[in-house]
Design a protein around this ligand. Structure first.
Ligand code: NAD
Length: 432
């Protein structure tokens, strides 16, 4: 099929590259001219495992193309995916300006039937607006369908998630749209759930909100564990072995971040409010998450007493491992709070240093974990990269001024670190 993807970010690039790999002809369009000219030369603007190879291969075999002209993309494709950003506005609402702009461009450039696939995460009823917008700006009475096809990929394992998803959700209202979407995803051989459009839109917000709820739940539980001397990892294991609960998303720590959970939760709370429902559970989830970052900062203060002028090493800047994405990263918030209180902060991240240099001021960027630890009064793990799990603790201890580890992601074996002579403080490990 001839497909275009509007919005060449994490979702758009992965979707485009994967559909090209499946044998489709794909054009990725973006209004960021600099990004597109880089992509044309094979410069990939984000770090995502396996993505560079996939893009370069498909550029070479001419199944994948990049353009900054949305018109060109619309004219060349029967199926058009919208994958532009939907950031949060000040009031928590999703900013749908990009979606509206793209809908208008599609309408103005259509020259026959088009299937418009809404993939960005949007509040329920957005597809109805996309449909109205296209109908308003269309030049002739060409037929078109709008479908909702929310994306569930996770940064860091996005290609695997795209090609082997637990489920593909497609909200449709015509048999033709259903047929095209089923054919498009058929090569993946994964479960496709066909629903009505509003259900599909809600499935995305509901899924993210539910996962965020699990994280805030375990973080709240961690507070209890600390007070009574229980270990939240053991509690999570015991809960997770129950199939009705499951172990995923029961990791206590600094809380969730990233470009999706915080904004999607806020957008869901806001749309629920507009629909006349006060989604109190989700407000508590958000508040618990915000408290969690402060809670870990307090642990640092409790351990060091005065943090002004203390040197603190922070391992991990990205909001989670295997990505260089810093959007809403708990680590960045923590670092800014430490700097605000006068600490000297030494940082290291395996992939996010380039992006961090653009947004972090007054920190010392280090080449590895040991260099970051050099002369530090305490070491904080803020992102659970695998390489932090495999540190040489003897070497690390020699680098630190004081053998104090604050494990903001609970990745270490508490007993082992104690045996090695560290003061170890986790989140909900019952030890401060
Ligand atoms: P992103 O910021 O990485 O990319 C968005 C791209 O859209 C940017 O390159 C931007 O230049 C482009 N864009 C914005 N407005 C445009 C316009 N009017 N015309 C053309 N291009 C335009 O965002 P992302 O992380 O890829 O997320 C895209 C959507 O997918 C969001 O709604 C997000 O919530 C959702 N989503 C993201 C993830 C994720 O893990 N990143 C997962 C699932 C769903």
């Amino acid at each position: 099929m001839n497909i275009s993807i509007i919005g060449a970010g994490y979702v758009g690039l992965v979707t485009g590259a994967c559909f090209a790999e499946l044998g489709n002809k794909v054009i990725c369009a973006d209004n960021d001219v600099k990004k597109i000219s880089g992509l044309k030369k094979g410069l990939i603007p984000i770090y995502e495992p396996g993505l560079e190879e996939l893009i370069l291969n498909n550029l070479k075999n001419k199944r994948l193309k990049f353009t900054s002209s949305i018109g060109e993309a619309v004219k060349a494709s029967e199926v058009i995916f919208i994958a532009v950003g939907t950031p949060a506005l000040e009031n928590g609402e999703a900013d749908l300006t990009g979606i509206e702009n793209v809908a208008r461009s599609i309408a103005q450039n259509m020259d026959g039937y088009r299937l418009v696939v809404e993939k960005s995460t949007v509040p329920v009823e957005t597809c109805a607006w996309v449909k109205k917008t296209i109908a308003t700006y269309i030049r002739k009475s060409y037929k078109f369908d709008v479908v909702s096809n929310p994306e569930f990929l996770r940064e860091g394992c996005a290609i695997n998630d795209f090609t082997r998803p637990d489920r593909i959700v497609v909200g449709v209202e015509s048999a033709k749209a259903r047929r095209i979407m089923t054919n498009l995803y058929q090569p993946l051989n994964r479960p496709v759930l066909i629903t009505n459009i509003k259900s599909a839109e809600l499935i995305k917000h509901a899924s993210n909100a539910f996962l965020a709820t699990k994280i805030s739940f375990i973080n709240a539980l961690a507070r209890i564990c600390d007070r009574v001397g229980a270990d939240v990892k053991e509690v999570a294991q015991g809960m997770g072995l129950d199939n009705r609960i499951g172990r995923y998303f029961l990791d206590a720590g600094l809380g969730y971040g990233g470009s999706c959970f915080p904004k999607d939760l806020e957008a869901f709370i806001t749309i629920a409010g507009k629909l006349g429902y006060d989604f109190k559970i989700l407000k508590a989830v958000r508040d618990t998450n915000e408290e969690q970052r402060k809670f870990v900062l307090q642990k640092i203060k409790d351990a060091l007493w005065i943090i002004k002028d203390k040197t603190i090493a922070v391992l991990g800047l990205a909001f989670k491992p295997n990505t260089d994405d810093l959007r809403n990263s708990p680590s960045i918030d923590l670092i800014n709070a430490l700097i605000g209180e006068g600490s000297k902060v030494r940082v290291y991240d395996p992939k996010a240093m380039g992006k961090a240099k653009k947004i972090l001021k007054d920190v010392i960027f280090c080449n590895d974990s040991y260099q970051a630890a050099k002369g530090a009064d305490c070491l904080i793990v803020a992102t659970e990269w695998n390489e932090f799990k495999e540190l040489d603790f003897i070497k690390l201890k020699k680098m630190l001024k004081r053998p104090l580890i604050i494990d903001g992601r609970n990745i270490y074996d508490l007993k082992l670190l104690k045996e090695l002579g560290f003061t170890y403080i986790g989140v909900g490990r019952g030890n401060g």
